[in-house]
Ligand binder design. Sequence first.
Ligand code: TXE
Length: 480
Amino acid sequence: MKKILNYINGELIEPKSGQYLDNYNPAIGKVYSLIPDSDASDVQQAQEAAQAAFPAWSVTPKDERSRILMKLADLIDANLDELAKAESVDNGKPVSLAKSVDIPRAASNFRFYATAVVQYSTHAHEMEDTAINYTLRQPIGVAGCISPWNLPLYLFSWKIAPAIASGNCVVAKPSEVTPMTAYLLSKLCIEAGLPKGVLNIVHGLGPKVGQAITEHPDIPMISFTGGTVTGKHIASIAAPMFKKLSLELGGKNPNIIFADCDFEKALSTTVHSSFANQGQICLCGSRIFVERPIYEKFKTAFVEKVKRMKVGNPADDTTKMGAVVSKSHMEKVLSYVELAKEEGGAVLTGGNQAHIEGECADGWFIEPTIIEGLSFDCRTNQEEIFGPVVTIMPFDTEEEVLMMANSTKYGLASTVWTENLKKAHRMARNLDVGIVWVNCWLLRDLRTPFGGAKQSGVGREGGFEALEFFTEPKNVCIKY
Ligand code: TXE
């Protein structure tokens, strides 16, 4: 069986323990490869390699760092088919999605930071004829990057690219649920000529490898994307050590549809924003609020469209929804459907495990599910489900929908559908979130700040914000 290896100090190596974990193909429901069951000793080895590489890498000219990252991006493009297939097998997502979104975006992440770092400049503050201050932005040392399973290579590279572009070295841990493309990336790093030790990838469990990275005294910054509970745990360890922390956590995003929207656009994008990647994107709009005059019309059209979505073998190009990531995640998502029913919800479509014929007969699939009749403050509408399950509710006024939209502990993203410009601005200003999309969803300019308010996270990724996170500002004041 195929064995994934750690990537430490420029080499692909076995975990020190010699132990491996099973890696499942969720569409088939079977083990198809093995992941290193690494521990703190592997993290220690990776940290030492990163620390040793730091003095040279941090003074390597930006143009040279940029050239290597560009080469890595080109290699990702050149291996698009292999990477997309691997992502689909590992995660359950349709191969068409991995090919059009996940893998191209991973290449863009490297390309974006390869160019951003050479454009990045700092500030000078002049005190009239007294003095001049200028700010240096220096790389810090070894960064810990911990990423989740929903957009494996995409989110992994979103952290690693700015960290190494700005001159740091990295100890990274991809999700143990979807480790394959990070492993394939480590081979491409070798091919691209990334100096040894600049990037180290340690595979294994969160409570072992992730915990060891978080606790390591010489990993002074942690960039994490994952669940809010894990984020809270990481913060509790990192904060007393005064580590720099970037946390991208969960969401329970409102999708607000006013009666004056472009109905067809709102409808087709809502299908996408509800169920893309089987609803396993932190930005998916899982609470759909529709203004009462168009509620019945929208609901009927939405249910009809969703019923026609093809759930099937992720390897099939016509599949719109593949498998969810694991059996335990499928069970968690389905338990929320039961909760919704207990809370008085009516399932308009879906609600069950989907059974696919052929080689996917034992896979973990869920029908796209729409639930109505729930109050905005019930558990189903307050907790992150992170699967293909959305709720739909009517509203009457802007004030009412704002109150409901802002009622959760999360504040990641929101979508607003209206053709009224003033209303769009008002909503954008008053929504308690980090990202507002008006008449679109998941339209991303990589220069913009990305992240959430409230319990959706701390700090922002994207653009120069990430370069700021991975560098230490130092003010130099010179008297004239
Ligand atoms: O996330 P975890 P999981 C949400 C979603 C999902 C829930 C749990 O609601 O159902 O989180 O998913 C590592 N110290 N999101 O279990 O556990 C872990 O190995 C250090 C939202 O996958 O947070 C993995 O690499 N690290 C989200 C990473 O943390 C630890 C995307 C994320 O895993 C650790 C995914 C520890 N003690 C899930 N324990 C989003 N915002 O996009 C685990 N990890």
